[in-house]
Write a new protein. Structure first.
Length: 372
């Protein structure tokens, strides 16, 4: 008998490539009883093999910084000419797009050939960000970025909003292209956040009401992202194939979208601190999300909501007469204790939450049972 650790050891020893290891895992999973999920210890972070991955990733980040400086120097005159002609935001595209192209070429090597996940994540992130910023800058320039529109706050917000919408849309398109080419699970995380960012920025044009509606849109996108993650997990309840990695990154993306949307709907602002009844309602929603996280055996949902939970808890503690350092101390103690207890008793908590659920069938594929 052998398990995933043996397959990883074979990859590190050079006996198997990452692609062969993935296909072997999928083959072994297909031979198992698909109706009997295999309980896992937790989310496996499979984006780091050894320190060489970190070493190469550091080099990629530094290289991107250097290339940005080089393109700025090489194309500075053209960028200045474009900027002085009334479209300064388009100047950035002249500098950033060549760097994005280099990142794509490097991804062809490190992602498709070497299967080095952490460097691939860095390359695709930079490619997505630079492409999105370039598209946002070009679109804003075409639609009216000039000295006249930025003389007033309204004009400045309109310009920034246009750039934000087009920028997020550009990031979404770039990430979708990278997903089509490389099938890197992390790319789904970038796609989900870019879609939510574009929707929320769009509704921001409508003032305070827009934040509430935008929060609803963000919540719906987060729910759709979570549903997609559950769909991937249901295809692989044993959490041993790439579907599990797809689900992990979608869960990481879904939680902040849902929480950001809830805060927008409850407080009228995605960055607002809940107060009074708002804090109690926010905590109730987060506890519900936490119970779902336990049932799904996905800690990422809880981790993404820690900041919002802390702020809400602090607001409640502050309303009880505490303040300043005492509020921070009490809320930190309560939250930290809760996390430690839940982390140490995760499997016990899961048995309590899903004890009434069937051990086989469709529900068992979504909510993997805990062994006795």
């Amino acid at each position: 008998m052998f398990d995933r650790s043996d397959i990883r050891a074979a990859v590190e020893a050079g006996i198997l490539t990452r692609d062969q290891a993935s296909r072997l895992e999928a083959f072994l999973a297909s031979r198992a009883d698909p109706a009997t999920p295999v309980a896992t210890e937790g989310e496996n972070l499979r984006f780091l093999n050894n320190f060489n991955d970190v070493f190469v990733t550091i080099g990629i980040v530094i290289l991107a910084m250097g290339l940005t400086a080089v393109t700025g120097l090489m194309f500075g005159a053209q960028a200045f000419a474009v900027g002085s002609g009334g479209n300064p935001s388009m100047a950035g595209a002249i500098i950033l797009l060549p760097v994005a192209g280099v990142m794509w070429l490097l991804a062809e090597y490190f992602c498709r050939r070497r299967r080095m996940l952490l460097p691939s994540m860095a390359l695709i992130t930079i490619f997505t960000l630079y492409t999105g910023l370039s598209i946002g800058g070009i679109a804003s320039g075409i639609t009216g970025l000039n000295a006249e529109t930025v003389k007033s706050f309204t004009g400045a917000w309109k310009t920034a909003g246009n750039m934000g919408i087009w920028g997020f849309s550009g990031c979404l398109a770039a990430a979708a292209l990278a997903w089509w080419r490389f099938r890197l699970p992390f790319t789904l995380f970038l796609m989900a956040l870019a879609a939510a960012g574009a929707a929320y920025t769009f509704f921001g044009f409508f003032g305070n009401v827009g934040y509430v509606v935008g929060g609803m849109a963000s919540l719906l996108i987060g729910a759709a992202t979570l549903a997609t993650a559950i769909w991937f997990d249901a295809k692989d309840p044993g959490r041993i194939t790439r579907n599990a990695d797809n689900a992990f990154w979608l869960n990481v993306a879904a939680a902040p979208q849902i929480i950001f949307g809830l805060r927008g709907m409850i407080t009228g602002s995605g960055i607002g601190i809940p107060d009074g009844a708002e804090a109690f309602l926010m905590i109730a929603c987060l506890i519900g999300l936490g119970i779902l996280s336990v049932a799904l055996n996905r800690r990422a949902l809880i981790v993404s909501g820690l900041l919002a939970f802390w702020l809400s808890l602090g607001s409640i503690v502050d309303s009880m007469g505490w303040g300043g350092t005492q509020t921070f101390m009490i809320s930190a103690l309560l939250l930290g204790t809760g996390i430690v207890l839940l982390g140490g008793g995760w499997h016990t908590a899961r048995r309590i939450v899903i004890g009434w659920m069937p051990k086989t069938g469709p529900l068992a594929r979504i909510f993997p049972p805990e062994p006795a």
